[in-house]
Design a protein around this ligand. Structure first.
Ligand code: TYD
Length: 140
């Protein structure tokens, strides 16, 4: 499969419907919003202050990461370059292409990190060891 780099990973502006005095609504629809169909949604919450999540890569999975509430930082690493994104808007998402090492940190109190994923959970898709990740990136 094609190897992507961190510059292929971008912030996506999601549809936002505003109702006066009644708040906002954001939609993600298969076939319209993202370059993949969503097969799984999961979310991280109650992350204690100072704790980090992530520290792994996925071989084939694509994801959209959204700060559904609060804020946190996502740092992506393609083995050559790193890019850091601060997520703090529920109508924006970070599109993470396959093959990116990611670290999530600086979670605000009450932050909810919602992830829309292109595939079902598969433990074999994870690379949890950084030197294995570098070998994976170099195998092209
Ligand atoms: P993990 O992906 O390692 O979380 P993080 O990168 O945020 O630290 O997942 C934590 C645990 O949850 C791990 O035991 C696997 C399990 N899990 C599932 O069972 N299904 C899923 O869809 C996900 C994302 C995780």
């Amino acid at each position: 499969m094609a190897k992507y780099n961190v510059f292929d990973c971008t912030m996506v502006e999601l549809d936002r419907h505003h109702s006066d005095r009644k708040g906002n609504l954001t939609v993600v629809e298969n076939g319209k919003t993202l370059p993949f169909d969503v097969k799984r949604v999961y979310y991280l919450y109650d992350v204690p202050g100072g704790e980090n999540r992530g520290s792994h890569a996925h071989r084939d999975l694509s994801q959209l990461i959204v700060a559904a509430s609060g804020s946190f930082r996502v740092t992506l690493d393609d083995g050559t370059c790193r890019r850091s994104f601060f997520l703090n808007r529920p109508y924006q998402g970070l599109l993470v292409k396959p093959g990116m090492w990611r670290d999530l940190e600086d979670f605000s109190s009450g932050a909810v990190c919602m992830v829309l994923a292109s595939d079902e959970y598969n433990a074999d898709d994870y690379i949890r060891d950084y030197s294995e990740f570098i070998n994976f990136r170099n195998e092209e």
